[in-house]
Design a protein around this ligand. Structure first.
Ligand code: GCB
Length: 557
């Protein structure tokens, strides 16, 4: 799947902006234009814009609609691309169904065949979460029960693009780089119905450094991609009727013994799990927010992020390539614990498994050429201790490994001796909240408990361990000496205690405090306007913990 681009054969425009909007019942039909309702913005979550709680918390269907007119160019195929619609959608053009989206975090890319002078585009969104959606949820009468700790935002969350491509076009470009010796191989698999093919690798200055009429290219003495030097090349693919340019980086990723190696050098992951979430935008992708996030990652000396708990926008991944931020790419499998007996028919079944595999496939189709993506996570905190988890995770992790030439992991909540999934992981990833969800407020237990935990995992699996979550809710401006939970002093001391444990474990390959910034959740007794474990506030200013981490990470190369 290629991201739309504009050149002399291709053209892109966007349909972002103001759309008509209405929360509707199941009897709604798109045969006639939307009559009632109001206005909303794209990309954004509708929940943050309305003032009526019954709409903000609406469980069910909402309709987005707008008109558009575009020039009709000859000899090309028109396509519509919605970057992400949460969670499922049906798309109609002038009342006729074009297709549907099955998940809230990957693009819906559809052919536009019958364009008129004036067109009505209708997107019917369903935000209900069940055992056949990712993330999962349950419906109790009309109440939505969710198993995860982030708000169930609804809307068109990423750009809506219309693009053209020639009838005989380049459909896909898969780039693999092989690092070794003085020459480095770039293998390009081009999917096309065109006859003639020419490939050119351009360096950062636009100078051709390798050319071929298909297949492999060799580059001598290339610049490798790494966080310290995120060097990007461009592969220009040219045919008799089309052209496409894809950026890529040359790098080698391996897990060897207790190390995670990038270009042969051990990596220590410093960074965060985070969320796509900002004031008013909800999960709406926004360039300014994205840039601020990456500037803060650099400021704090981070080198990595995990796309907890779903694939982030393609724009974010492109920025990660450019800023040199390593990405652990996660599919939206979060809170999967529905095979417990009490959930009965809402449990995991073959449909769930098939969808999980499909989402891994789509992640690969979308993100395969990003050098920043160095590991794939198939789930966060699933009930990996339940008997069916073994076959289930063997299946999905095996499938991920067939697609990606990268380490595969699953992020764990259960203990080393309980889980049936981590045996299939290349890197052990664990989330731990000592001194917070257990022994709340007791800073003195954290270092020892964390150390014991890490050693327990290592004794059993003999693999590198990355702590993908640890942290404490912190209200900015709240101070207490001696430190008390929720204060900025506590966050500082909390990270200090965890850091001592990590430093004592040579097999610990990194630390991702939870979370990058505060974010919205459903309301709850432990959530004061959301989850406050952010190292940065929601408006992206540092709390005390950020200053501690900045000093610590500056000294970890
Ligand atoms: C976790 C989850 C994350 C939550 C976090 C918390 O283990 O993976 O989604 O937000 O804990 O703060 O409770």
């Amino acid at each position: 799947m290629l991201y739309p681009q504009s050149n002399r054969y291709r053209w892109v425009t966007n349909l972002n902006g103001i759309w008509r909007f209405e929360a509707v019942g199941d009897s709604y039909s798109p045969a006639t234009p939307l009559q009632g309702g109001g206005l909303t913005a794209v990309p954004a979550s509708m929940n943050e814009l309305v003032t009526d709680p019954s709409i903000s918390n609406h469980v069910g269907r909402v309709v987005y609609e707008r008109e558009f007119s575009i020039p009709q160019l000859p000899e090309c195929e028109y396509r519509l691309r919605l970057g992400a619609v949460s969670h499922r959608c049906e798309v109609f053009l002038n009342g006729e169904k074009l297709g549907e989206g099955i998940n809230g975090y990957d693009p819906v890319d559809l052919q536009l065949e019958k364009l008129s002078e004036k067109n009505r585009l209708t997107v019917v969104i369903d935000n209900r979460l069940t055992n056949h959606t990712f993330p999962a949820g349950r419906l109790k009468k009309e109440r939505q029960i969710i198993n995860h700790d982030f708000y169930n935002f609804t809307g068109i969350h990423r750009d809506v693009l219309i693009y053209t491509r020639p009838k005989r076009c380049i459909q896909d470009v898969i780039i693999q780089t092989v690092v070794g010796g003085n020459y480095h191989r770039v293998r390009a698999e081009v999917h096309t119905s065109c006859k003639r093919l020419h490939l050119t690798v351009l360096d950062r200055d636009g100078k051709a450094v390798a050319e071929s009429d298909g297949g492999e290219l060799w580059i001598s003495e290339p610049m490798l991609w790494s966080p310290a030097s995120p060097y990007l090349y461009t592969l220009a693919v040219e045919t008799e009727s089309d052209r496409y340019e894809e950026r890529f980086g040359i790098r080698r990723v391996e897990v060897k013994g207790d190390s995670f190696l990038l270009n042969g050098e051990p990596i220590y992951f410093k960074g965060f799990g985070m969320h796509e979430d900002f004031f008013l935008l909800g999960k709406g992708n926004n360039g300014a927010v994205n840039i601020r996030n990456f500037e803060l990652l650099k400021w704090i000396h981070a080198n990595s992020i995990r796309t907890s708990h779903y694939p982030y926008s393609e724009e974010i991944l492109s920025l990660a390539d450019e800023y040199g931020i390593l990405v652990i790419d996660e599919v939206p499998a979060v809170g999967m614990n529905w095979w417990e007996e009490n959930y009965g028919e809402n449990g995991i079944d073959d449909t769930t498994l098939a969808l999980h595999r499909e989402l891994i496939k789509r992640l690969h189709a979308r993100d395969k050429n990003h050098p920043s993506v160095v590991m794939v996570s198939v789930a966060n905190e699933a009930a990996t201790n339940e008997a069916p988890a073994k076959a289930y995770f063997e299946n999905v992790m095996g499938y991920a490994r067939e697609l990606w030439a990268l380490p595969i992991t699953v992020v764990e909540f259960y203990h080393a001796e309980e889980t049936l999934a981590s045996q299939f992981a290349d890197v052990i990833c664990i989330n731990r909240y000592f001194g917070w969800y257990y022994d709340h407020g007791d800073l003195s237990v954290i270092e020892e408990q964390m150390k014991n935990e890490l050693c327990g995992w290592h004794d059993r699996y003999q693999r590198p361990i990355l702590v993908t979550e640890f942290g404490c809710d912190t209200v900015e401006g709240l101070h207490a000496l001696p430190a008390e939970s929720f204060s900025e002093e506590f966050q500082w001391a909390y990270f200090e205690a965890c850091g001592k444990a990590f430093d004592a474990c040579p097999f610990c390959i990194g630390e991702h405090p939870w979370a990058f910034a505060d974010f919205k959740t459903k309301q709850g007794l432990t959530r004061v306007r959301g989850n406050r474990k952010g190292v940065f506030t929601k408006d992206r200013q540092p709390k005390s913990g950020a200053r501690y981490l900045r000093e610590r990470w500056k000294n970890i190369k």
